[in-house]
Design a protein around this ligand. Structure first.
Ligand SMILES: [Zn+2]
Length: 198
C-alpha cells in the first residue's frame, strides 16, 4: 500500500529535526495522527506563531518578539560588559547560572571555513560596531571549548584587542570539547568568575 502523500510530507518534515532518523520520524507521525491529534494541532499552531512572531533582537541577535529583546532593554544590566556566545541556548545557560549581569552578543554560529562559515556569517562587523560604541569596556568570549569555538574566540579576541578593548575568555572549568549547553550552571558560573585575559 502506498503512503498518502501528505503523510509522506509529514514524515519528511519531521526528519528535518536534529537527531531524527526515518524510523523515528515515522513513529512520530503515526503517534500524532493516531493518538494525539490535539497535540499535533497545537504543534502546528505553535510553529506557525513562532515563525510569524519571533525575530532576532537588533542588538544581541537573540530571539525576541520585539525589535530589541527584554534583556538588552533592561536598565538593570551592566552595559560596560559584553559577553559573546555562539547560540541563544548558551545565553540561556549563562542566565540560568546567574553569574553575569552584562549584555550579550549571539554569534549564531562559529567560524568554520570548511562549512563556508566566515566572519560575515557570525556577524563580525556588527559585533565590532557594538563593542566599540563607547559603552562597552570588556568583552567576554564565551564560545564553546571545541576546536571551532576556540578558533573563533582567538580570531575575535585579536580583532577586539586591536580596537583597544579589554578582552577576556571564560576559564576552562569547562571540559575540553565541552559545550556550554551541557555544563551544569555551577561550573559555568565558576568559569565566568575565573575568566582570564584573552
Ligand atoms: Zn537583545
Amino acid at each position: 500500500m502506498k503512503t498518502p502523500s501528505s503523510l509522506e510530507e509529514l514524515i519528511a518534515a519531521l526528519r528535518r529535526l536534529p537527531g531524527v532518523g526515518p524510523k523515528s520520524a515515522q513513529r512520530m507521525a503515526y503517534h500524532l495522527l493516531q493518538r494525539d491529534q490535539a497535540g499535533a494541532a497545537r504543534l502546528a499552531t505553535a510553529l506557525g506563531e513562532a515563525l510569524s512572531k519571533i525575530r532576532q533582537c537588533e542588538q544581541c541577535n537573540s530571539y525576541a518578539e520585539t525589535p530589541v529583546c527584554e534583556l538588552c532593554g533592561s536598565p538593570r544590566r551592566d552595559r560596560s560588559l559584553l559577553c559573546v556566545v555562539e547560540a541563544p541556548g548558551d545565553l540561556l545557560m549563562m542566565e540560568q547560572a546567574q553569574c553575569y549581569e552584562g549584555l550579550y552578543f549571539v554569534l549564531m554560529g562559529v567560524l568554520s571555513p570548511l562549512d563556508g562559515i566566515g566572519p560575515r556569517e557570525i556577524h563580525m562587523e556588527r559585533l565590532l560596531r557594538r563593542a566599540t560604541d563607547g559603552t562597552v569596556k570588556e568583552v567576554i568570549l564565551a564560545t564553546n571549548f571545541t576546536v571551532e569555538g576556540e578558533a573563533t574566540a582567538h580570531y575575535l579576541g585579536e580583532a577586539l584587542r586591536a580596537r583597544g578593548l579589554s578582552v577576556s575568555r571564560i576559564a576552562r572549568g569547562l571540559p575540553v570539547g565541552g559545550e556550554l549547553e551541557h555544563v551544569d550552571s555551577g561550573t559555568l558560573a565558576q568559569a565566568v568568575l575565573e575568566r582570564r585575559q584573552a
